[in-house]
Design a binder for this molecule. Sequence first.
Ligand SMILES: Cc1cc2nc3c(=O)[nH]c(=O)nc-3n(C[C@H](O)[C@H](O)[C@H](O)COP(=O)(O)O)c2cc1C
Length: 214
Amino acid sequence: MPQDRSGVGEPSLIRTADISGKERYQLLTSLVVPRPIGWLSTFAKDGTPNLAPFSYFAALADTPMLVGVSIGWRAGEPKDTLRNILDTRVFCINVVTEPQLEAMNATSGDYPREVDEFKVAGLPMAEGSVVRAPFVENCPAVLECRLYKEVELGTAANSLVLGEVVAVRLGSELQLLPGTYQVETESLRPVGRLFAGGYTLLGKIKTLPRPRPG
Ligand SMILES: Cc1cc2nc3c(=O)[nH]c(=O)nc-3n(C[C@H](O)[C@H](O)[C@H](O)COP(=O)(O)O)c2cc1C
């Protein structure tokens, strides 16, 4: 049973083995915040497009350029995104930005396999140039990925998909810092996920120089 606390009282130590799966999910997703959202687009074997958001999502390496997405199972079956990635070995990651927040949310329902979430959310679809996977045409930044490795997470009802980013699409609205490939955050307007239906939009940016010991 969760403790009733409103920010006052004794500090507590929660042993994660003593609480339920739902409670572990609540703790993890409210403490590891804000999380970026990978909005994954795939084709099923029969060509049906699929689009769904995932916030168990992280940048892992640059050479090769790797990202990780942890995708759950539903009623003993892999979610459509995972099924499609294992079948086609490719996917696109649409970076979720402020203007697309509501459309992203509309694609997160547990729709049956035959439902095309691009249509549900009224989003234009295009096809990758390097990989045969769909993407959200008006999304400012898209990573075209090949499946690098699937890592089964033991007893967890999730699979970790490692993707190699083989191409990056940048919309004309995105600005790069002169002489670099750094995308100006203000031109991207990224969204972060907090817990449940909570999201954070870009606030004040604070820039710090890194210490250089010696
Ligand atoms: C912002 C957001 C983030 C989500 N992150 C995840 C996630 O990391 N892993 C997961 O399995 N489901 C996540 N979900 C739920 C999936 O989007 C949802 O189950 C979706 O229906 C999966 O679609 P699919 O069956 O077409 O793959 C998230 C939902 C939202 C709204």
